[in-house]
Design a protein around this ligand. Structure first.
Ligand code: NAI
Ligand code: MG
Length: 365
C-alpha cells in the first residue's frame, strides 16, 4: 500500500522555523519506526504571495485536497499588512479551510505536569489535564442570515442569526463521537437549549446521532454557561466537548489558557471522510507567525510538534506513535528545558528552537 501523504505548508515568520523541527521528527519516524510518509512541501501565505501573487495557488489547493493530511506552520507578517484584503496571507488559510470544508475544529487543552505551575489555576486542577474541545467551524451565528446593521424607526439595530441545519449538527457530532472512540469514549455537548431553539435542535440531533450510531460512547449535555464554570472549576471531568461555533470560540480559548503558553497549543480542523475513510484534515499550531521573534531562534516548536502528533492520532490511526511524541515532549519539559515563552519572570537560560527539537529527538530515542 502507498505511504500516507502529508502536505507541508510552512508559511511565514516562525512557521518554517517550527516546521523544521517537525520535519526532523518525520525523518525519525521513518528511520527508527519504519513509518514513512510521502511528504511534499508548498507555499502558503506571504511566502506564496511573493512567488505567485496570491496567498494560495490553485495547484497548492489541489494538492491539499488530495493529501491525507495538511500540516501548516503560520501565515502573515508586517511585510504584508498593506496588501489588499483579497490577497492577504490569512486569505490563503481561509481558502484552505473553506474549500476543504473543515467544519470540525479540534482544540486540545493538555497540561504537561512540568508546566502545571505555569497555569493561573491550582496545580491539582490542571496537572495531567487532557481534553479536546470540538468547535463547529463553518456555520452558526458567524455565518447565519439575515445579518447586518439596519435602521429601525429612528435607531440602528445590529442583527446576527444563529442558524444550524440538522445535517450541520449531525456531522460535527459524528466527528466528536469518532474522536471520543480514539480517546476515553466520553462526550459532553454544550449549548443553551434553555433559551435558544437552535440549542434545542442541537441537543436533539446530538442525542439522535448518539443513539443511532454511537451508543457505546458516554454522552452528556450541559448548558454552555455552566460549561464555562465547570471548565475552570474542575476541567478533568471532561474528555471531548462538542459545541457550536460561537460557544466553541470562547470555550476553546478559555480551555487553552488552563495550560499556559501559546507556544504549546496544537489544533486540527477536520472535514468529511475522503474515499479512503480518512477525514480531510489540516493540522496547525494555534499561534501565528510571531514576527516579533521570527529569525531569532526563540520560537517554541512544541505547538507544531503536537499538531503533528494529532495528525498521527486522528488522520493516520497511529495513536501509539502520537503518544510517543507527546511523552518525548513531556520528558524534555520534565528535564527542565524551556524556550523563552515558557520562562517565568525570574528566568533561567532559555533554549533555542533547534535545541528544543534536538531534545525531543533525543527523548524519542
Ligand atoms: P502570534 O501568535 O503570532 O504572536 C503572539 C505573541 O505570542 C507574540 O509575542 C509571539 O512572539 C508569541 N508567540 C507565538 N507563537 C510562539 C511560539 N511558538 N513560541 C514563542 N512565542 C510565541 O499573534 P500576533 O502577534 O497577533 O500575529 C502575528 C501575525 O500572525 C499576524 O500577521 C497575524 O495575522 C498572524 N496570525 C496567523 C495565524 C495563523 O497562521 N493561524 C494565527 C494568528 C495570527
Ligand atoms: Mg477566538
Amino acid at each position: 500500500m502507498a505511504n500516507p501523504s502529508l502536505l507541508i505548508l510552512a508559511g511565514d515568520g516562525i512557521g518554517p522555523e517550527v516546521m523544521a523541527e517537525v520535519k526532523r521528527i518525520i525523518g525519525w519516524m521513518g528511520a527508527k519506526r519504519g513509518i514513512h510518509f510521502d511528504v511534499s512541501e508548498d507555499l502558503v501565505g506571504g511566502a506564496a504571495y511573493d512567488v505567485h501573487g496570491v496567498p494560495l495557488a490553485d495547484a497548492t489547493m489541489a494538492k491539499a485536497q488530495a493529501a491525507d493530511a495538511v500540516l501548516l506552520g503560520a501565515v502573515g507578517g508586517p511585510k504584508y499588512d498593506k496588501l489588499d484584503f483579497s490577497v492577504k496571507p490569512e486569505r490563503g488559510l481561509l481558502r484552505l479551510r473553506k474549500e476543504m470544508d473543515l467544519f470540525s475544529n479540534l482544540r486540545p487543552a493538555q497540561c504537561f505536569d512540568a508546566l502545571a505551575d505555569f497555569s493561573s489555576l491550582k496545580r491539582d486542577v490542571v496537572a495531567g489535564l487532557d481534553i479536546v474541545i470540538v468547535r463547529e467551524l463553518t456555520s452558526g451565528v458567524y455565518f447565519g442570515e439575515p445579518r447586518g446593521i439596519f435602521k429601525e424607526g429612528n435607531e440602528r439595530v445590529g442583527i446576527n442569526t444563529q442558524r444550524y441545519t440538522e445535517s450541520e449538527i449531525a456531522r460535527v457530532a459524528k466527528s466528536a463521537f469518532e474522536l471520543a472512540r480514539k480517546r476515553s469514549n466520553k462526550v459532553c455537548s454544550m449549548e443553551k437549549a434553555n433559551v435558544m431553539e437552535s440549542g434545542i435542535l442541537w441537543r436533539d440531533v446530538v442525542q439522535e446521532v448518539h443513539d443511532r450510531d454511537y451508543p457505546d460512547v458516554e454522552l452528556s449535555h450541559m448548558y454552555a454557561d455552566n460549561g464555562a464554570m465547570q471548565l475552570v472549576r474542575w476541567p478533568k471531568q471532561f474528555d471531548v466537548i462538542v459545541t457550536d461555533n460561537l460557544f466553541g470560540d470562547v470555550l476553546s480559548d478559555c480551555a487553552a489558557m488552563l495550560t499556559g503558553s501559546l507556544g504549546m497549543l496544537p489544533s486540527a480542523s477536520l472535514g468529511a471522510p475522503m474515499a479512503n475513510g480518512r477525514p480531510k484534515a489540516l493540522y496547525e499550531p494555534v499561534h501565528g507567525s510571531a514576527p516579533d521573534i521570527a529569525g531569532t531562534g526563540k520560537a517554541n516548536p512544541i505547538a507544531c510538534i503536537l499538531s503533528f502528533a494529532m495528525a498521527l492520532r486522528y488522520s493516520f490511526d497511529l495513536g501509539d506513535e502520537a503518544t510517543r511524541v507527546e511523552k518525548a515532549v513531556e520528558k524534555v519539559l520534565a528535564d527542565g528545558l524551556r524556550t523563552a515563552d515558557l520562562m517565568g519572570p525570574d528566568g533561567g537560560t532559555p533554549v533555542s528552537t533547534t535545541q528544543m527539537g534536538d531534545a525531543v529527538l533525543a527523548a524519542l530515542d
